[in-house]
Design a protein around this ligand. Structure first.
Ligand code: MTE
Length: 317
């Protein structure tokens, strides 16, 4: 039987992973803007708490109010785990290197294209788009296909609200998502030249419209860090983590099931549907348990990652 390593690499059979050389020029431009604003307001006596840094998602939107409907009793994974242990192959295949390699990645301004089979396609800058959606915080379980998991508070709004804006046509049966492709800013791309970049993912339209699917713009009450998919990603909590695509530039409504990066690389290991299921092992390891990032303990994996009551009906045969 395949034994699950402590932190198994999300990889392809027979494909060696080469860690990239470190290159990190820290640019804290946006953060500084936030500090400047906070300093000035404090001086004027106008703000007790400094506003969050200005970002594409707008200044001072964080923290958003937590929605108590979602997992209020779960213990959160420490923020540093979620922001320093990342899968973002455009930067690095080494999880604790990703956050050191994101400084050159520009996330503001950010143009998002939403189109395809819809009545009102749009090309819009996030500064204009995001203020149209009230933000809320939701605590979700997050389960990677590599059998580690965490519990994190995302800030965002339901993807359904965004898709409604473009008025999908009845012929739209799937939604295709695409990540930015900027080799000059994303050093991991050149290191994996045989990958079918850009990173793409997809959902059935009924899945995409499910109220649990979140467009995330923040994490732990702050704008999303670049390593976690700034400025905009989705979170699909009942599916393995690779469905939760980061740094999205395109959302397309399509008729046929789109091909996705991981499915095209290894369809038997990373299929399109990818619902969390402890009863179906990955071809190279068990999915019955998962390693809790915070404690290091192995805990049972739940069907649909604990969201069966909400989503199992999507898959009733
Ligand atoms: N999105 C892009 N564009 N590139 C990636 O490599 N990795 C996926 C997903 N989204 C990935 C991505 C995988 S495998 C996981 S587990 C999650 O992002 C990790 O999200 P996190 O780093 O915020 O925990």
């Amino acid at each position: 039987m395949f034994s699950v390593p402590r932190r198994p690499a999300f990889s392809l059979p027979g494909r060696p992973i080469t860690p990239p050389s470190v290159h990190a020029h820290r640019r804290e431009f946006l953060r500084q803007l936030g500090f400047v604003g906070a300093g000035l307001l404090a001086h004027l006596g106008a703000a007790a708490t400094p506003p969050a840094p200005a970002t594409a998602a707008g200044p001072a939107l964080y923290p958003a109010k937590r929605n108590p409907e979602f997992n209020p009793t779960l213990t959160l994974t420490p923020e540093t785990d979620a922001t320093t242990y990342n899968n973002f192959y455009e930067f690095s295949t080494t999880k604790d290197r990703v956050h050191k390699l994101v400084d050159r990645f520009h996330t503001d301004p950010w143009t998002l294209w939403i189109g395809g089979l819809c009545e009102k396609p749009m090309t819009v800058d996030l500064r204009e788009l995001l203020p149209q959606f009230p933000l809320e915080e939701r605590v979700y379980r997050f389960r990677c296909v590599e059998a580690w998991s965490m519990v994190v508070p995302w800030t965002g709004f339901p993807l359904a609200r965004l898709l409604e804006k473009v008025e999908p046509k009845s012929s739209a049966r799937f939604v295709r998502f695409q990540t930015a492709l900027r080799p000059d800013e994303m050093p991991g791309i050149a290191r994996l030249p045989d990958y079918p970049w850009p990173y793409t993912e997809g959902l059935r339209i009924e899945e995409a419209m499910h109220p649990l699917v979140l467009v995330a713009t923040g994490l732990y009450g702050k704008p999303l860090p670049k390593q976690d998919g700034a400025p905009i990603r989705i979170v699909v909590p009942w599916k393995y983590g690779y469905k939760s695509i980061k740094s999205i530039v395109k959302i397309e409504l399509v008729k046929d099931q789109p091909s996705t990066l991981w499915e095209s690389l290894a369809p038997n290991e990373y299929p399109f549907e990818s619902n969390v299921n402890p009863a179906v092992p990955h071809p190279r390891w068990s999915q019955a348990t998962e390693r809790d990032l915070a404690t290091g303990r192995r805990i049972p994996t739940l069907p649909y990652n604990g969201y069966a009551d909400q989503v199992a009906k999507l898959y009733a045969r």
